[in-house]
Design a protein around this ligand. Structure first.
Ligand SMILES: Cc1cc2nc3c(=O)[nH]c(=O)nc-3n(C[C@H](O)[C@H](O)[C@H](O)COP(=O)(O)OP(=O)(O)OC[C@H]3O[C@@H](n4cnc5c(N)ncnc54)[C@H](O)[C@@H]3O)c2cc1C
Length: 489
């Protein structure tokens, strides 16, 4: 424990941010890293409590009190060692995680919780700045070959886990660069691509081979909104014959559509069409064809994707940004009946929403309206929620708003069905690749040689969950490969 009375004597500080007026002028990251002095004090607020619920709430089960102890003493190498033993990519989670751990922090019951996410980020940035992050090579080679499909956080965590256990890993990615949503979904202002590339170099140094621009199996022509710039294709059967195991981490790429009148009007897009094109533009690879400058933009949906669309539209000079969310507006303060350490159901405002957007709650989008084939407006109706996650429109609350561009950010249903068909795999009721959750066969699909992890198996989720799934899947694949080799010898 860092400071015995730290939790009483020091207040939580949030990492410094670039003021809104400045940051909306570009796509640069606006959260700053804590200074060495700040992190010592912030980590010293940790109470090292008897039952650290922070560890329980974190899908990676990071041993947060130990990490905080070392960070408080300025022993960053030790802090990094402990942190990396459970979290292979604190550089991603320290930026993107909603910090489920902080909801579980005991200090948060009466005061502000420990700023675990900003401490994690500091440790990782310090480590990269001081050359403490290295490729780790093992001499204990297994000579087993594993193919991983996809290169998002689940795939990267799985690849690292397997490479460090001595297996030969090849990652197949249909897009021209690796990273999954970290590269082609999440904007630079949340995750600069240099941070991703810095980590990918470490992984390459560990012997992981990346084959990009290669789609595994055929595309499903019926599926709208799945991005692919592959130049090559490889059948699943070839992976099954060339590798000892195949791990599928395809993400949850099929977007939920809003099939209402006017959906085909020009100006109505899936969120990722806009965000991917913007990521490509920032990489200098052509202008974003969805021009929002001087236009009225309406974002439909209430999650992270919607927030990223808001921040991007503001940076691209939209004249107004309105967010339509059919969920009810949550209260500003916590309901005292909420059981701790459950996720608090309170109104949260993302940094992008803070940058200037009108939020309309309990509002359903009922049609897209247009003229000469172009979107000009949206009709809406207020809704009332009923038991069973059902809502009904309230008669007499119909409304309309002007819109030049509408971005549908209503989440994702499942991975492309084509991949499950390619390997003849069972899927669950929601269309995800079916794989066992626990036990000796964890992560195994209906084909014993094929494993699955990440959003493609659990449904759309979070980066931290994708990393946790990938890391645990690596353990499962390793166990399976080693039991096969033992059986053979
Ligand atoms: C816009 C947006 C913003 C988000 N922001 C956050 C955030 O701030 N914090 C957070 O925690 N989570 C966030 N998320 C969620 C998070 O990004 C995902 O949960 C996470 O990336 C899932 O990781 P994954 O590895 O399972 O899949 P993905 O990251 O989706 O990667 C899957 C990869 O598989 C590839 N692939 C698919 N099929 C094939 C095939 N047949 N052949 C070859 N390659 C294939 C895809 O091209 C893709 O690169 C966000 C999601 C979106 C869409």
């Amino acid at each position: 424990m860092g400071f015995e009375r730290g939790f009483l004597e020091y207040e939580r500080i949030e990492p410094e941010t670039t003021p809104v007026k400045e940051r909306v002028k570009n796509f640069k990251e606006y959260f700053k890293t804590l200074t060495d002095d700040q992190v010592r004090i912030q980590a010293g607020r940790c109470m090292d409590c008897g039952t650290p619920y922070c560890m329980y709430e974190c899908p990676l089960h990071n041993t947060i009190p130990d990490v905080n102890d070392f960070a408080c003493k300025g022993q960053f190498q030790k802090a990094l060692n402990v942190l990396s033993s459970t979290n292979p990519f604190p550089d991603f989670t320290g930026r993107l995680c909603p910090a489920l751990c902080e909801e579980g922090c005991t200090l948060g019951l009466h005061r502000q919780s420990v700023g675990i996410k900003s401490i994690e980020r500091k440790i990782c940035e310090y480590a990269f700045d001081h050359g403490l992050v290295h490729a780790e090579l093992t001499l204990n080679r297994s000579f087993k070959k594993v193919a991983i499909v996809g290169s998002g956080p689940a795939a990267l965590a799985c690849a690292q886990g397997l490479a460090r256990r001595g297996h030969n890993v090849t990652v197949y990615e249909k897009n021209d660069k690796p990273g999954g949503l970290l590269r082609y979904g999440i904007p630079d202002f949340k995750l600069p691509k240099e941070i991703l590339d810095r980590r990918l170099s470490v992984l390459e140094g560990e012997g992981i081979a990346f084959k990009t621009g290669v789609r595994v199996g055929k595309a499903d022509p019926g599926e709208k909104g799945v991005f692919c710039n592959a130049s090559d294709e490889i059948p699943g059967s070839e992976l099954l014959s060339r590798y000892d195991a195949v791990v599928l981490c395809p993400g949850s790429e099929v977007p939920r559509d809003l099939k209402i009148a006017g959906r085909d009007l020009k100006g109505v897009h899936f969120a990722l069409e806009f965000l991917i094109a913007q990521n490509l533009e920032i990489q200098g690879r052509g202008e974003n064809p969805i021009d929002v400058a001087g236009k009225k933009v309406v974002v439909i949906g209430g999650g992270e994707t919607a927030s990223d669309c808001i921040g991007t539209a503001i940076r691209k000079g939209a004249s107004s940004v309105t967010q339509l969310d059919y969920h009810d507006e949550l209260p500003e303060s916590v309901d005292p009946m909420t059981s701790w350490p459950d996720w608090k159901r309170i109104k949260r405002t993302s940094p992008s929403q803070e940058e200037g957007c009108t939020r309309l709650f309990s509002t359903n989008t009922t049609s897209f309206v247009g003229k000469d084939g172009r979107l000009t407006g949206i009709t809406t109706q207020k809704v009332k929620w009923a038991p069973g996650h059902r809502f009904d429109g309230i008669p007499g609350t119909e409304g309309a708003l002007d819109a030049d561009v509408a971005l549908i950010a209503m989440g994702y249903s499942h991975p492309s069905s084509a991949l499950a068909r390619e390997f003849s795999l069972d899927t669950d009721a929601r269309g995800n690749i079916k794989a066992v959750y626990e036990g000796d066969d964890a992560f195994r699909t209906s084909n014993p040689k094929v494993f699955a992890a990440g959003d493609g198996r659990r449904g759309q989720s979070l980066v931290v969950w994708a990393i946790a799934e990938g890391a645990r899947c690596a353990e499962a694949v390793d166990r399976a490969l080693r039991s096969v080799s033992h059986a053979r010898t």
